[in-house]
Write a protein that binds this ligand. Structure first.
Ligand code: C5P
Length: 220
């Protein structure tokens, strides 16, 4: 039997991870945070790695092995046996990730890693190119969108709740810059697959987005 793959793509801060975890729990399958894969590469290789020679990056990536365990919110993505932690969850590492994500050598390495996880597990896979490039045959594809203002607001509240107050205008700028790079890169740019269901979440509550996803999966 084929694994069930549900893809959720969309821009930074739109709520993909929250929804992917919840939907994965509902379906009793793991969720795959592919942004964490790009972030962990950027974090491990360090600032400026996107300017290295391709062969140096390729050699470094040969040492990277990703594994996945658990279900729903309890899904754990590990790099070389160690769960990927919160050190990658800053806007700065997000921007580094966006920089390494422009490199064909990195995308092709992660494409293999992501597809091999999809061959082993049913997945709710979230990222930027899940429906377009990595799992083009997935039966359920979603593209979540929201205005930059709304996404910056959400991120700001999330950071406040974590006791890390942030500057709203700065967040807006960072998110817009990362979006621009993600949408305009040559390889696997951020866009909705032709057969994806797009949900504009700007005016929707989390429960409403979740219900739309569940209804979409049930309908297929
Ligand atoms: O989703 P997250 O903010 O963690 O992603 C970090 C960066 O990784 C994105 O801005 C994007 O450049 C890159 N990414 C990607 N393709 C994916 C997932 C993330 O290019 N499938």
């Amino acid at each position: 039997m084929h694994n069930l793959i549900v893809t959720i793509d969309g821009p930074a801060g739109v709520g993909k991870s929250t929804m992917a975890k919840r939907l994965a729990r509902e379906l009793g399958i793991p969720y795959l945070d592919t942004g964490a894969m790009f972030r962990s590469i950027a974090w491990k290789l360090g600032e400026g790695a996107w300017e290295w020679d391709e062969s140096r990056i390729e050699a470094a990536l040969a040492e990277f092995d990703y594994t996945l365990s658990g279900i729903g919110e309890e899904s754990i993505l590990s790099l070389n046996g160690t769960p990927i932690g919160d050190e990658i969850r800053t806007e700065q590492v997000g921007m580094w990730a966006s920089n390494v994500a422009t490199l064909p050598v990195v995308r092709s390495f992660l494409k293999t890693a992501q597809q091999s996880l999809g061959a082993r597990f049913s997945l709710v896979a979230e990222g930027r190119d899940m429906g377009t490039v990595i799992f083009p045959d997935a039966p359920n594809k979603f593209f979540l969108d929201a205005s930059v203002e709304e996404r910056a607001n959400r991120r700001c509240h999330q950071l406040e709740r974590l006791g890390k107050p942030a500057d709203l205008e700065e967040l807006k700028e960072q998110i817009a810059k990362r979006d621009h790079q993600d949408r305009n890169r040559a390889v696997a740019p951020l866009k909705a697959a032709d057969d994806a269901t797009t949900i504009d979440t700007t005016e929707l509550s989390k429960d409403q987005v979740f219900e739309a996803l569940v209804a979409g999966v049930k309908a297929s």
